[in-house]
Design a binder for this molecule. Structure first.
Ligand code: MIC
Length: 655
């Protein structure tokens, strides 16, 4: 039978289960990706597993998020990660070498391989046809220890691309169109597979932009065929030998379909405060812009930056506006510099920063009060920039550069009156330099490396088993689409505590309800009620781990985002879904919920769990696998794998 590409890759990696959408499968992981914000905790978890060396083909650790060194904390974490990477055979990309997604695409991505990354934007590696999936740090640590990754088998959603993008319209507009059509929930439980003639008009780095922001659709991941464009990119990276052609069989079917004629797309922009709040740029024309940021997680490759450079060449940014460029990698800087791009930026009055996530994760670059900020980043959830009530818009580098010149939102096609579309092509041979990557030591030498742990790195907290009866107070009732940024904020103040759970827990729900942490601590055990798509966005496991530390044992929502739901189980929080969503309306903060015999029900495999509130009982659904049930009973995955016998006899439920 003719097969689509995602199915072929999944089949080649299937370790357990059948490819039936919605059922649990386990897949072999070839490569892993950690960044520093999620990586310190994931590394501690990996170390707790007592494995001597990573067991995947390639493991990479990036330092790209916590780059500000305002005290010892981030610098100590960098040393911890560097020494741990050396000790366990992990490639280490040093601070300043670039954003994990861009560097991985450049130096390590291999078509057809499956990668697990502790970052929701791991699917950027779709640019080189990897099946790259974001997950919580603990799941990545398990993969590094050689275990397969468990996930609900996704549906495969075929998106046929035809035509070619018009001048001034680029890859970002395509993924914004997907978000406009399908919303931040549209991709949940799906792999988005792009196919059709239009695909070959997109370069590897264009595809990376689309894969990156596929995370905003809630998709498990995205995939593109590996074709001449993939080959061209890998050859330009001096890695032509990694290329293999990969595509769907002729006549392959998909579970669902959509089609986009690239030539009909126009410049689009996502308004505050959700990536799916998308409108044509022309509808916002004239809106005063105070800040522009090009780069970071998405649109930080050569073409993206060089397009901005060419547009700004010989012009000045509007006087009231700050125009910032965050290159994706040192390699991007080098190549843009070689083409004279940096001179163009500097002469135009742009601020050029080191490669890294920076403002994309609220690590600096916060906008002023009421300021309008246009960013090529993937997310604009409320407060993520670091400024309360922020006005962050997401757009292409072309739209960003047009705003930079005119000082107001401008359809970049207007630039056509001043200049030809730059139509920047990627270099046929990039300038290459891997000196900021520390390659793994041979095993015998690695064993001697001493891991240096700073004072801000605290041991993993002890969590108790799930009790037989659960009696919890509702500490907070939240709405729809609550992101993990809303649950566990990022930013320069909070991020340095990623390996200090008692400290970071004090910031849980800080923007939504500043009293949450104190109330949760005082009323343990607690519950949180959520609406639809609860926990969308980032993969940060701290959005489960920190609430658990505060005594949260139960979350009931209308629906959960994939990664967050897995993280909740990993840290022993029971994720229940309302059987009748109308029951959501009947619950209030302060209610006491009783779940009698929860433990026994979980042991017996019950999927319908009655919850009592006052005189009433409402029904909820516990939709998790048998493996996850065992982990929940133990109080979390680490407890489960540490319990004598489980690790050896049934490692992470593999047998
Ligand atoms: C993000 O873009 O939200 C992040 C920061 O990269 C996160 C990871 C994190 O919270 O450390 C992600 O996307 O998973």
């Amino acid at each position: 039978m003719a097969k689509n590409l995602a199915t072929k890759i999944l089949e080649a990696h299937l370790v357990k289960g059948e490819l039936i959408p919605g059922t649990e499968i386990a897949i072999k992981i070839d490569q892993t990706l950690l960044q520093d914000a999620t990586g310190t905790m994931a590394m501690l978890e990996f170390m707790a597993m007592g494995v001597d060396r990573v067991k995947v083909e390639l493991a990479a650790q990036y330092i790209d998020h916590n780059l500000l060194q305002t005290d010892n904390k981030n610098a100590d974490d960098h040393i911890f990660l560097m020494t741990a990477a050396e000790r366990y055979g992990i490639h280490l990309s040093k601070p300043g070498n670039g954003v994990s997604h861009q560097v991985h695409l450049e130096r390590f991505g291999v078509p057809g391989k499956v990668m697990l990354g502790a970052d929701s934007h791991t699917p950027s590696a779709a640019g080189v046809s990897m099946l790259a999936i974001g997950a919580g740090g603990l799941d990545v640590a398990l993969a590094m220890a050689g275990h397969p990754f468990y996930l609900p088998c996704p549906k495969i959603w075929g998106i046929k691309l035809t035509g070619a993008l018009q001048p001034w319209v680029s890859a970002k507009d395509l993924i914004l169109e997907m978000l406009r059509r399908h919303s931040v929930k549209g991709g949940v439980g799906r792999i988005v597979e792009y196919y059709g003639d239009g695909v070959k008009t997109l370069s590897a780095t264009d595809r990376a932009v689309i894969g990156n922001m596929g995370a905003e659709l809630g998709a498990t991941t995205s995939i593109f065929p590996s074709d001449e464009r993939t080959k061209e990119f890998l050859e330009a990276q001096g890695r032509g030998e990694c290329w293999t052609p990969l595509e769907a069989d002729a006549g392959a079917l998909y579970d669902e379909y959509d089609e986009i004629d690239l030539s009909t797309l126009e410049p689009l922009i996502a308004k505050p405060t959700s990536p799916d709040n998308v409108v044509p740029v022309r509808e916002l024309a004239g809106l005063k812009v105070d800040q522009v940021l090009v780069g970071s997680s998405a649109n930080s490759a050569f073409r993206d930056l060089m397009s901005a450079c060419r547009i700004l060449e010989g012009r000045k940014v509007a006087p009231h506006l700050s125009f910032n460029v965050n290159p994706g990698s040192r390699q991007v800087i080098e190549n843009v510099a070689a083409e004279g791009g940096f001179l163009m930026l500097l002469q135009a009055g742009a601020q050029v920063h080191q490669p890294g996530c920076l403002g994309c994760i609220g690590m600096g670059q916060a906008p002023g009060t009421g300021h309008v900020s246009l960013r090529t980043f993937p997310r604009n959830f409320p407060g993520r920039s670091g400024t309360k009530g922020d006005q962050v818009y997401l757009c292409s580098p072309e739209t960003a550069a047009a705003a930079g010149i005119f000082g107001v939102v401008t359809d970049p096609r207007e630039l056509g009156r001043l200049m030809e579309y730059p139509n920047v092509q990627n270099p046929s041979k990039y300038l290459l330099d891997d000196s900021s990557i520390i390659f793994p030591l041979p095993a015998a030498e690695a064993e001697k490396v001493e891991i240096i742990t700073g004072p801000n790195i605290l041991p993993f907290p002890d969590f108790s088993e799930l009790p037989e009866n659960l009696s919890v107070e509702v500490i907070l009732k939240a709405g729809d689409n609550i992101s993990t940024d809303g649950i566990m904020p990022a930013g320069s103040k909070v991020l340095p505590f990623r390996s200090n759970i008692p400290a970071i827990s004090q910031f849980v729900f800080e923007q939504i309800d500043p009293g949450f942490a104190a109330r949760a601590m005082a009323n343990q055990p607690g519950a949180v009620i959520g609406g639809d798509n609860y926990g969308q966005g980032s993969s940060r496991e701290h959005a489960a781990l920190a609430p658990r530390y505060l005594g949260i044992r139960l979350k009931i929502a209308k629906s959960f985002a994939r990664i967050h739901k897995a993280n909740l189980v990993n840290f022993g929080i029971v994720p229940l879904v309302f059987k009748d969503p109308a029951d959501y309306d009947l619950l209030q903060q302060g209610d006491r919920l009783l779940v009698p015999h929860l433990r026994t029900m979980i042991v017996r495999g019950a999927t319908v769990i009655p919850v009592e509130v006052g005189e009433r009982t409402f029904l909820t659904i516990l939709d998790i696998s048998d493996r996850q049930r065992r982990e929940l009973l133990s109080g979390g995955t680490l407890n489960y794998v540490r319990t004598a016998g489980n690790w050896e006899e049934d490692p992470h439920g593999c047998l």
